[in-house]
Write a protein that binds this ligand. Structure first.
Ligand SMILES: Cc1cc2nc3c(=O)[nH]c(=O)nc-3n(C[C@H](O)[C@H](O)[C@H](O)COP(=O)(O)OP(=O)(O)OC[C@H]3O[C@@H](n4cnc5c(N)ncnc54)[C@H](O)[C@@H]3O)c2cc1C
Length: 431
């Protein structure tokens, strides 16, 4: 039976960017990509299931300066890739909006710290905000202070198309679709991957199946101290009031980007508002079998239960998460959500919003049962010739940087060469 050098499990933006980097910048020969669905990128990386934003760190007000700096570098590879490959993105203006005195003061400080890191962002006052996005100011109380930072150089990306482009550019023919990985077992110097179709052998395995990666890590005895807090994100659609992406100031205690509004990357005629975070016991949205996978991961361990109780009993969390549940209530939900969206568009009416049925995904936030806290940075587990990628947000923005890290490890495992100089040169970004 053929033994592959590398088997990559999962054909979302994480797995496909690793395939692309391995094929284009290394001398590794036999690489197999395995995907359970009939198409590339049907889950988190699908256009409908995420916010389509290239997160660079310039409008994410919950990032520290250190995070903004590292995310800028990590996301720059994707910016450069989509600049040189047609049809994957749309240039879109983007704005971070502060409403009320407290937020305005916070934004001023935030901007002062970052104006050299993001020289293309500029502070704009109410009059200019009104010219650029009139709906933000229309009908708003004049007494409420407003301030924003703004650029015309934002990116809205179709991460599904980006994944397809990585596969096409890799010119790989070893792709198994409709093939679900059931178990991974370590033999002496290779891994045996059992799928619903056949058994596969590979020297190195990269597991890039989002939240499910932790399930396989546990199967092989890794990271038993980690569990998942699955945060679903839903969207509402509405009229095309906004020309660009408008983000709001973030509550620093919450580990996900604040609700925002923007035109859809492929359909300028609708605005999307969200994502609306809520905790649900599934690893893959709309796949009810993944409730069982979540329970297997969780296994009703007392430390896991205590960790989740501790996290969700924080008033900031539970008030937010519980209130967000009301947005799902038929008929009433859109009126409740309109209240939240009025921070961006004061005149929006509940009757203008439509719940985005079947769209949205799940952010697999990692929880350490030892510390009983959400681990913001941890998303990768490196084992013996095996790597597990869990990829919470902004996993899609930083996928090529993640691929670079994985390929450094893979070539080391196999004693092969990675032309990192060429990777950095090809993917250099102008900002
Ligand atoms: C609401 C929301 C908004 C977001 N917004 C943004 C954003 O604006 N910008 C950003 O950068 N990031 C965003 N993210 C995060 C981003 O979408 C993810 O980090 C990224 O898409 C993860 O890609 P992935 O390839 O790791 O996972 P996926 O795209 O989910 O791919 C995993 C693949 O593995 C396959 N798979 C699973 N199990 C198996 C198995 N057993 N066998 C074989 N195949 C399997 C799946 O079918 C899937 O194709 C958002 C996430 C959410 C939920």
């Amino acid at each position: 039976m053929k033994q592959y050098d590398v088997a990559i499990i999962g054909a979302g933006v994480t797995g496909t960017s690793i395939l692309y980097t391995l094929k284009k910048y290394t001398d590794v020969k036999d690489i197999l990509l395995i995907e359970k669905y009939d198409k590339i990128a049907k889950v988190q990386s699908a256009r409908t299931n995420n916010s389509q934003t290239l997160h660079i760190g310039d409008i994410e007000s919950h990032y520290t300066l250190k995070t903004s700096t590292s995310v800028k570098k990590a996301a720059s590879y994707v910016a450069s890739y989509v600049d040189t490959h047609q049809g994957l993105h749309r240039n879109t203006p983007k704005m971070l909006l502060a409403v009320g005195q407290e937020e305005v003061e916070r934004l001023k400080l935030w901007y002062e710290e970052r104006k050299e890191l993001f020289p293309y962002m500029r502070l704009i006052q109410r009059e200019e905000i009104a010219k650029i996005e009139p709906k933000i100011v229309e009908g708003r109380d004049q007494g409420i202070p407003l301030l924003a930072i703004y650029t015309e150089q934002g990116y809205a990306i179709d991460y599904g198309k980006l994944s397809e482009s990585f596969v096409k550019e890799s010119q790989s023919e070893d792709i198994l679709l409709n093939t679900k990985v059931l178990t991974i077992k370590k033999q002496n110097d290779y891994y045996t991957i059992k799928t619903n179709k056949k058994i596969i052998h590979a020297k190195v395995v990269v597991v890039a199946v989002s939240g499910h990666s932790l399930y396989f890590a546990h199967q092989l005895g890794y990271a038993k101290n980690l569990i998942l807090l699955p945060i679903a994100g839903s969207f509402f659609n509405g009229p095309n009031y906004l020309k660009g992406k408008v983000y709001t100031m973030q509550n620093p205690k919450l580990p996900f980007a604040a609700v925002h509004g923007d035109p859809d990357v492929m359909n300028k005629n609708i605005n999307r508002f969200g994502p609306i975070p809520k905790v649900i016991p599934m690893i893959e949205r709309f796949n009810y079998n993944s409730i069982i996978d979540f329970l297997k991961l969780f296994r009703f361990r007392i430390d896991a239960i205590l960790s989740l109780i501790k996290i969700v009993s924080d008033p900031t969390y539970y008030r937010y998460v519980l209130w967000n549940m009301t947005y799902d209530i038929p008929y009433f939900g859109k009126y409740a959500f309109a209240k939240e969206i009025r921070k961006i568009i004061p005149s929006v009416k509940g009757s203008e919003l439509r719940y985005g049925k079947g769209i949205g995904g799940i952010r697999p936030q990692i929880v350490d049962v030892n510390t009983k806290t959400v681990e913001m940075g941890k998303a990768k587990i490196i084992g013996d010739r095996i790597i597990f990628n869990i990829t919470p947000s902004p996993g899609a923005s930083v996928c090529l940087n993640n691929a670079k890290i994985d390929v450094q490890h893979i070539t080391k495992f196999l004693g092969k060469e990675f032309d990192e100089g060429k990777f950095n040169k090809d993917l250099v970004w102008k900002y």
